[in-house]
Design a protein around this ligand. Structure first.
Ligand SMILES: [Zn+2]
Ligand SMILES: [Zn+2]
Length: 344
């Protein structure tokens, strides 16, 4: 089968590989029916993910149909339509038992698919720990509706959960890229008094205004003044930083009111300054990523109930054989792209 492969820094190419087979009793083999491209794939391409192994098939956002399962798999069976979790986790270690699955101590735990082991931008993928890594998609939910459950939507859901959003809160979300929008959707479920989105791109601002007219929008230069004018206690009660650019960490804590929660969802290329003298007395609580992707069943239930809809994020569709063109559009942010659905 043809597999889109990380060859070396700066280069992804097609490689012909054998179809994967079950290797461990808890494995499953999934036929990929729909996948997507994530900014993290680009990080691998550009060499900013040192643990990424050259030669692996890339891609960690996907849904598919189970072809085979190992003898120790209990919850998933061949023929099931499933979401695939970006995180591999054993479900049994100290961290898994406490819901901190991102810190699973299993040697294969964490972000493995499409990074350290073969991922999903191909025909078939081997998923270790299938009982925790796969979730059955309800019959009434389409592949497109479920496509982002295992990665960016899990991230948005987790961010909204740990940020302890309350109904009286003014919430600031910095960044309206795909993960920012997923964070917005999951924050809306908490029904805070007000949500403000800060974004620079005119296309993304239009996207928010068109799909979520009840959300207030500001740009980075005006953000601090805007947030102060639209919050009750001199700043946002909760800030979620989902942009990860040079100035957005500072913006996040500056826009927070005293005793606010500031959740850093973004992944930065560079270290960030925590200027404690400047924020002394503000008594902020910081929470940091990455995602504990253990809420996928609950998220699928919310999609089934019509409470979360990420399909507006899919702005482009390509067959797998045209994935190079899809990467070109996604990487260069052409043509108003948010997310691309790649059909297998
Ligand atoms: Zn991703
Ligand atoms: Zn574990």
């Amino acid at each position: 089968m043809l597999a889109y492969t990380y060859v070396e820094q700066g280069r992804f190419e097609w490689r012909d590989k054998p179809e994967p087979r079950l290797e461990e009793p808890r494995d499953a083999i999934v036929r990929v029916t729909l996948s997507s491209i994530c900014t993290s794939d680009l990080h691998i391409k550009h060499g900013s993910v040192p643990r990424a192994v050259p030669g692996i098939t890339v891609g960690h956002e996907m849904v598919g149909v189970v072809e085979a399962v190992g003898e120790a798999v209990k919850n998933i069976a061949p023929g099931d339509r499933v979401t695939v979790n970006v995180e591999t986790f054993c479900g049994e270690c100290f961290f898994c038992r406490h819901g901190y699955v991102n810190n699973c101590t299993d040697p294969h735990g964490g972000w493995a698919l499409g990074c350290r082991i073969d991922g999903g931008q191909t025909g078939y993928v081997r998923v270790p720990y299938a009982d925790t890594g796969l979730n059955r998609i309800p019959d009434s939910v389409t592949d497109e509706q479920a496509l982002f459950v295992g990665d960016i939507l899990a991230t948005g859901f987790w961010a909204a959960r740990i940020s302890e959003v309350k109904e009286e809160d003014t919430v600031l979300i910095i960044g309206a890229g795909p993960t920012g929008i997923c964070t917005l959707l999951c924050t809306m479920l908490k029904r805070p008094r007000r949500i403000i989105v800060c974004e620079r791109s005119p296309e993304r601002i239009r996207f928010v205004r068109r799909h979520y007219p009840e959300v207030l929008v500001t740009e980075p230069e005006d953000c601090l003044t805007f947030v102060k004018a639209h919050s009750v206690h001199g700043g946002a009660d909760v800030v979620m930083e989902v942009a990860g650019t040079d100035d957005t960490f500072r913006l996040a804590w500056e826009c927070a009111r005293p005793n606010a929660i500031v959740t850093v969802v973004a992944m930065y290329d560079k270290p960030q300054m925590l200027p404690l003298p400047d924020m002394y007395g503000k008594n902020l609580t910081f929470k940091t990523g990455g995602v504990d992707g253990c809420d996928c069943a609950e998220i699928l239930g919310l999609i089934e109930a019509g409470k979360i809809d990420t399909t507006p994020l899919i702005t482009h569709r390509f067959p797998l054989r045209q994935i190079e063109e899809a990467y070109h559009i996604f990487e260069n942010k052409l043509d108003g792209v948010m997310k691309i659905a790649i059909s297998g």
